[in-house]
Design a protein around this ligand. Structure first.
Ligand code: BG6
Length: 493
């Protein structure tokens, strides 16, 4: 609907996410991306924050990452409204402010929650009583994680949102669901003939879902320490990737059918166990760069915002099982860490040797979906090495890299898709309440055990490929951790 006036309200507008992702994404949809405008160019973009700020200073700071020829026009659509998060009066003021911008008739309103979950409840209530869209327009809430920190806190959060808004009005973001390669899982599985025929325990030996970051917690350690890597990355992002990989085909590609299948596959996953978990924490490291300069990286505990002696994991490996006909017995290894050697996320599917492979033995086939950087899908298989020996085969790579196959194509940031889909009312890429109940059921016992027993993590030097002992942990499940993408390419040389 490009005619009805629309307002986008960003709670937490002075924060980091607004600056890095939200303002740039809204600009792209209004003015910047191919085919724009995808939302009306006269949409009102209203930042909301606790303390009053001068609009010019606010925009100069929070819109530095907005880049493009129509930035001036965009900034004219932006305003700021300050007030407490828990006072209905303040939301009445916001409502008046919005009515003025919208012209007083029917309007649609989208509220983005980039705020701590402790205040979600107040904000939801105040919107409901004082700031809902006028004239029969829609009101939609985009919620950003964390959605609680365990089963009980999620249930509490969910009760307060579901009392006042329907599931169709609530859009819970997991930005991994907006990444091209993650979206491609459905296209690969359900748009082709071959993949789905080997997508099961008969053919697949293991699945790895990997997240690596080469940064520490850089001053954000106080926040991170409250969650740890399992809550920060696994319970949400990696689990969503696992769901797309493992779920049964939905009847249709809509919110309801997708949510149904997502919940169903989660129900087949038993709660995680400590014995299937590996924990690590990065320590400081010093190394020599080219030119002889010495570089030093502090350890997690050296971050002043981190409580002394914290055992919070910055690295984890966790093995999940899925007890259904398709997957029984296939280990799904999630591993995620900060302070490692590279920034990378991928899915690595390793295939099962078959009896006839004894004729020409060699490494297992692997299908890799590289989420980032440099999106790619590649497949490792054995190929005869040209020459006299008919039995001599070596692994080669069939490589579909996005830059080669889709040159010059516009790859939208995940947040652009999330805003756009919310504006369209398409909830198929958002996280349902039923899914979260299941996700927390799977993770809560392990998280509570870690919180209570504080097991000692393996300290690894900042910049390591993995903590010592992680390869052996994976090997217990028959999984070999790949060394790097470069090592892989050796096969093609
Ligand atoms: C966020 C986490 O959800 O995802 C961060 O809180 C992490 O710790 C980030 O850095 C990673 O996102 P991306 O898109 O850079 O992989």
């Amino acid at each position: 609907d490009m005619v009805t006036p629309m307002s986008i309200v960003i709670f937490g507008a002075t924060g980091d996410l607004a600056k890095k992702k939200l303002y740039p994404a809204v600009y792209q949809l209004m003015f910047g991306c191919p085919g724009a405008p995808l939302v009306p160019q006269n949409a009102n973009v209203v930042g909301y924050g606790r303390s009053p700020v001068a609009l010019d200073d606010f925009l100069a700071k929070q819109c530095v990452n907005v880049k493009g020829g129509q930035k001036e026009k965009f900034l004219k659509q932006c305003s700021f409204f300050s007030g407490p998060y828990d006072s209905p009066d303040s939301y009445k003021g916001l409502h008046e402010h919005l009515l003025k911008l919208e012209g007083g008739g029917k309007a649609n309103r989208l509220f983005f929650f980039s705020i701590p979950p402790q205040i979600f409840g107040d904000v939801v209530k105040c919107i409901h009583t004082s700031a809902k869209a006028p004239g029969g327009g829609w009101t939609r809430l985009i919620l950003e994680k964390p959605f609680g920190r365990d089963s009980a806190s999620f249930a509490e959060l969910d009760a307060c949102t579901s009392k006042l808004f329907t599931e169709d009005e609530i859009f819970r973001i997991d930005h991994y669901l907006g990444k091209e390669i993650v979206l491609n899982i459905q296209a690969m599985r359900f748009g082709n003939q071959i993949f789905e025929s080997f997508w099961n325990k008969e053919h697949i030996r293991s699945v790895q879902i990997v997240f690596k970051e080469d940064l520490g917690t850089g001053g954000r350690g106080g926040y991170f320490d409250q969650s740890g890597i399992i809550r920060d990355i696994m319970q949400n992002h990696l689990l969503q990737v696992l769901i797309w990989l493992a779920m049964e085909p939905p009847a249709k590609y809509d919110r309801k059918s997708v949510a149904e299948q997502k919940v169903k596959v989660l129900k087949a996953i038993p709660p995680l166990k400590m014995k299937d978990t590996f924990l690590g924490q990065f320590g400081k490291n010093t190394w020599e760069c080219s030119g002889g300069k010495v570089h030093q990286e502090p350890g997690y505990l050296d971050d002043e915002t981190v409580p002394a002696g914290s055992r919070c994991p910055t690295y984890a490996g966790v093995v999940l099982e899925i007890n259904n006909a398709r997957w029984k017995g296939v280990p799904f290894l999630m591993r995620a860490g900060k302070g490692l050697d590279e920034r990378m996320a991928e899915v690595r599917i390793t295939f099962k040797p078959q009896s006839f492979n004894s004729i020409i033995p060699g490494d297992s086939n692997e299908l890799v979906l590289r989420i980032q950087p440099d999106e790619a899908v590649y497949f490792k298989y054995l190929n005869k090495v040209p020459g006299w020996d008919p039995k001599r085969a070596a692994p080669v790579v069939m490589d579909m890299s996005y830059t080669k196959s889709f040159p010059d194509i516009y790859v939208a940031d995940a947040y652009e898709r999330m805003f756009l889909n919310t504006a369209k009312g398409d909830g198929s890429l958002f996280v349902g309440s039923g899914e979260l109940t299941e996700a927390w059921r799977i993770f809560t016992p392990l998280l509570h055990e870690i919180d209570a027993k504080r097991p000692e993590p393996v300290i690894y030097p900042f910049g390591a490929r993995a903590p010592a002992g992680m390869d052996e942990f994976a090997a217990k499940y028959g999984i070999t951790m790949a060394k790097s993408w470069e090592e892989f390419l050796v096969f093609n040389k």
